[in-house]
Structures are given as structure tokens and as C-alpha cells.
Write a protein that binds this ligand. Structure first.
Ligand SMILES: NC(=O)c1ccc[n+]([C@@H]2O[C@H](COP(=O)([O-])OP(=O)(O)OC[C@H]3O[C@@H](n4cnc5c(N)ncnc54)[C@H](O)[C@@H]3O)[C@@H](O)[C@H]2O)c1
Ligand SMILES: [Zn+2]
Length: 369
């Protein structure tokens, strides 16, 4: 299949937009293309040790001596300000100036770290994202958010720094382990649920091919995810209002993720949060179709949890909800569906106040054995 290109409009960017290139098995021929696109810039690559082990860094750089920083250990444990500082210093040691192009090859951790380092290096250099996880290909590489954890909380440091381009090679997903692969697909279910009932139907109809990582299906998924997220981001690049719909499933999701001590992957926690949103919709009379059953069935086919696991107490969840970073007067807002493919908007608001007793009842219901 040929490559497809989507353009994300970002009025705040000097260029006005950036391209997302989607295809399969082009990583090995991408480097010359990057050099052609940015001939005046000197590249620096950020990746992690698992990408090196999986052979993806070699596939991208194929014997070139481009300076690089390999995040080790990989994953969230390294999404720390010390790593950002180490990346900046590695760039300085390589005598790189403001003419640097930072290339981030990896999942959301690498993308967030690379994006953040690019944003702060000598007051900002462009970043190219090459996402290699289902989370990154559907979500984190697009939209321009960067985040780095502090010792106290997730994404305490961060800024908006839109990529100069995103290159999605779905073939890179082959080496991703099953648990990460399936949990990342929850963001695709989220996109379908909030924005496109037909895409939801596609996910239901192609679930076996999705689980088998069929090439054409993966490319279609990447395209639809980017199309949906790009449209939302273009409308509200800095999350003033409508972009909040991307937070569907994330309100209780973040609380459950954190209460599990991060034993649950982000996508697994968001799956639980989406089911919770469905129960809240029912409690608030936003009913009329069988969407909750369909969402539940699809998540189960992806092997995702749909109940709050034992050991997580209601009191802990309520405490975490009160600390939600988007809370207003110590109570978070919830994104809810009006129907499959459309979020509920009231008084031009896309995230809603929900009575605490309703939230508590849903937690009880989803915890009871
Ligand atoms: N900026 C945003 O808008 C945004 C959106 C969603 C998530 N995020 C962030 O993204 C992070 C989660 O993303 P993630 O799940 O991609 O995490 P990740 O980058 O930590 O990747 C998960 C694991 O998979 C490994 N891996 C990555 N690609 C691989 C491949 N192709 N083959 C084999 N192993 C591979 C990584 O080394 C890591 O161990 C979180 O820190 C989250 O906060 C950011
Ligand atoms: Zn998410």
C-alpha cells in the first residue's frame, strides 16, 4: 500500500501545519528522506534501549554515525527531568546548535522526552516524531503535548511543542509485546467512541485482523486515529475547550491507573474509565442505544479490564479524583457520550460536572464482585 499523508493545521506554527506520513515498512528508507527534507539541519536521535534491541534504531540509521541518546531503562521510569537534562547535555557534547533537528524514535516516553528536550534546547529546535507503539501512533505523537514526570507527579513539566513531521511505519509495531499492543488500542476505541461511529463498526468487524496485526488494517487504524485526533487538535490546539473530549475515559482512568501503583497500563485504566463514563451516562439519562454493551464487548475482545480490580478502594479513587489536574473546586469534569461517535455538549462545555454520589455509586457497581 502506498504512503498516505495527513496534514495537521496548527495556526500557531510558523509553517501553519505539519504532515503525518502513514505507511508500512519504510523505516529503512526514511533517513535519506529526512535529510532531504531538512538539508540545513544536523540531526540528533533520541530512542530507548528496547528499540535498539528490537533492531529499529539500526533499521532507521543503517550504519550512519548520527549522534544519539538511548534512554535506558526504557519506559515511564525514565520519563524524568534528569533524562531531559542528560539529552540536552548529550546534544551539547555533540556541538549541536540551533540548527539541530531532533528525531524521536519510540513510544510515548521517547516522544514526550524528545519533544520536551527539543522545546527547551537553545530555546527550541524542531522535532520529528517516529512513533513505534499503538499509543504513540494513535495518540502521543500527534497534538504537540510534551510531558516529563517530577518525583511528585506525572507530566509535571511540559509544554506544547508541535512536531515538524510525524512518520508512522506500522511495521514497527511487530516487535511490541502483546500487553502493550492491546492496551494502546484502547485509544483507538476512544477515538471511535467520541468521534466516529463508522470507525467503531470497523474496529468491531476487524477485531481478528487487528489482533493478528494485519498490515492493511494497521495502516487504516493509524490513518483514522490521526484523522480524528488531528481534527480535534486543529479546532483547539491548546486545549481551551473542545480538545477536552480526548479526555473521555481518562477521568476515572487516571485515578485507577494511579491507584494501581501503575500496575495497570494507561490503556487498561482508560478502558475502565470508559465503562465508568457509560454508567454515568445511564445514571444521567443519556441513554438511547446499546453503546455501553458494544464498548464493553470490544474492550473485552482486546483483553482489557472493564471492572475496577480488587485492592483499589473507593476512598482512594475519590481522593485521587479530587486531586485531578483538571478539577474545578476539587472535583473533576467527565467527558460523556451522547451517542456512539458523539460526545455530549451542554452550554458549549464538553466536560461535565457529575454529582459525587453518582460517581460513588458507579465505583461501587464496578468494584462489586
Ligand atoms: N503527549 C501526549 O499527548 C501523550 C498522549 C498519550 C500518552 N502520552 C505518554 O506516553 C507514554 C506512554 O506511551 P507508550 O505506551 O508508547 O510508552 P513507552 O514509550 O514507554 O513504550 C512502552 C514500552 O514499549 C517499548 N517499545 C516501544 N516501541 C516498541 C517496539 N516497536 N518494539 C518493542 N518494544 C517497543 C518501550 O521501550 C517501552 O518499554 C506515557 O508516558 C504517557 O504519559 C503522551
Ligand atoms: Zn490516553
Amino acid at each position: 500500500m502506498a504512503q498516505q499523508v495527513l496534514n495537521v493545521t496548527v495556526p500557531a506554527m510558523a509553517e501553519g501545519s505539519y504532515p503525518i506520513v502513514i505507511g508500512s515498512d519504510f523505516l529503512q528508507s526514511l533517513w535519506p528522506e529526512i535529510e532531504r527534507q531538512w538539508p540545513q539541519r544536523r540531526a540528533f536521535v533520541v530512542t530507548d534501549a528496547n528499540l535498539v534491541r528490537a533492531g529499529l534504531l539500526d533499521r532507521l540509521l543503517a550504519g550512519t554515525d548520527v549522534p544519539r541518546y538511548v534512554i535506558d531503562p526504557p519506559g515511564e521510569v525514565s520519563k524524568h527531568i534528569h533524562t531531559a537534562s542528560a539529552i540536552v547535555e548529550a546534544m551539547e557534547r555533540a556541538f549541536l546548535g540551533r540548527d539541530t533537528l531532533l528525531v524521536a524514535l519510540g513510544g510515548g516516553t521517547v516522544g514526550d522526552m524528545g519533544g520536551f528536550a527539543a522545546a527547551i534546547y537553545k530555546r527550541g529546535v524542531p522535532v520529528v516524531q517516529i512513533p513505534t507503539t499503538t499509543v504513540a501512533q494513535a495518540d502521543s505523537s500527534i497534538g504537540g503535548k510534551t510531558g516529563v514526570d517530577s518525583t511528585l507527579s506525572k507530566n509535571a513539566y511540559g509544554c506544547f511543542w508541535h512536531p515538524a513531521a510525524v512518520y508512522i511505519d506500522t511495521e514497527t509495531l511487530r516487535t511490541l509485546d502483546e500487553r502493550q499492543y492491546c492496551a494502546g488500542l484502547v485509544e483507538s476505541v476512544k477515538h471511535a467512541a467520541i468521534a466516529d461511529a463508522a470507525f467503531f463498526g470497523y474496529l468491531e468487524d476487524h477485531i481478528d485482523a487487528i489482533l493478528a496485526r494485519d498490515t492493511d488494517v494497521l495502516e487504516h487504524l493509524a490513518y483514522e486515529n490521526c484523522r480524528i485526533k488531528a481534527a480535534v487538535v486543529a479546532e483547539d490546539p491548546t486545549e481551551k475547550n473542545k480538545r477536552r473530549i480526548l479526555n473521555y475515559g481518562h477521568t476515572l482512568g487516571h485515578a485507577v491507573e494511579s491507584a494501581s501503583g501503575f500496575a495497570l497500563l494507561h490503556g487498561q485504566a482508560v478502558a475502565i474509565g470508559m465503562i465508568a463514563a457509560g454508567h454515568l451516562e445511564q445514571a444521567m439519562g443519556l441513554v438511547g442505544d446499546d453503546r455501553l454493551e458494544r464498548i464493553c464487548r470490544l474492550l473485552e475482545k482486546l483483553g482489557q479490564p472493564t471492572r475496577i480490580p480488587p485492592g483499589i478502594s473507593k476512598a482512594t479513587l475519590i481522593d485521587l479524583l479530587k486531586r485531578d489536574k483538571k478539577a474545578v473546586r476539587q472535583w473533576p469534569r467527565f467527558v460523556l457520550l451522547e451517542q456512539l461517535g458523539r460526545t455530549w455538549c451542554k452550554d458549549n462545555q464538553w466536560a461535565h460536572e457529575v454529582r459525587p454520589d453518582l460517581v460513588e455509586a458507579v465505583i461501587d457497581r464496578m468494584t462489586a464482585s
